[in-house]
Design a protein around this ligand. Structure first.
Ligand SMILES: [Zn+2]
Length: 183
């Protein structure tokens, strides 16, 4: 089932999310709904707070970027209670967008590589180093479960330039071709 995407201005996007508990019987359905919502919106990543649930759950399918980065090809993950353990000193810049901030794309600087630990949908533990677009998408989605949006990484001057667009989104006047809400 496709869920509404909570957009900029929604309080749920500013909260630190709580750990997923293993015996949450609604988890499998939520993961299935998050995949539906992600693909319906042609996104590459979606964190639970973006569908109104403040838990540490993320779905990612970076395959759409495979022409830009071979590492993105087949990079599909469900991340439960992820942790970012290490970051490379080397940084990279990438033009990011967000399903919760429709119509805005800005360059964001982040560490190029990260070490990620997480549980998958079967609660199997994983520990891996990521590079390129997978590292980028994971860091963006991880921010969501910490209550951080990519616009917060921008220089003040860039934030000022997009401020009126952000205010429009918060007033429900965002331009998205998927169902959104502001709460
Ligand atoms: Zn986002």
């Amino acid at each position: 089932m496709v869920l509404s995407v909570y957009v900029y201005g929604s309080g749920v996007l500013k909260k630190e999310a709580a750990p997923v508990v293993k015996d949450d019987s609604s988890l499998a359905q939520l993961i299935s709904d998050m995949w539906d919502t992600l693909y319906n919106a042609s996104g590459v990543g979606l964190a639970a707070p973006q569908v109104g649930r403040t838990i540490r759950l993320i779905v990612i399918d970076a395959s759409a970027f495979k022409d830009d980065d071979p590492l993105a090809d087949g990079f599909k993950r469900v991340l439960i209670n992820p942790e970012l353990l290490e970051f490379s000193k080397e940084k990279s810049t990438f033009n990011e967008g967000c399903l919760s901030i429709p119509g805005i794309h800005e360059d964001v600087v982040r560490p190029k590589r990260v070490r990620l630990r997480y549980f998958d949908e079967h609660f199997q533990p994983h520990d891996e180093w990521l590079d390129g677009i997978p590292a980028r998408v994971v860091q963006h989605e991880y921010d969501h479960i910490e209550g951080i949006l990519f616009t917060e990484h921008l220089a003040p001057i860039r934030r000022k330039i997009i401020r009126s667009k952000l205010q429009n989104i918060a007033r429900g006047k965002g331009d998205a071709d998927y169902r959104t809400k502001v709460v």
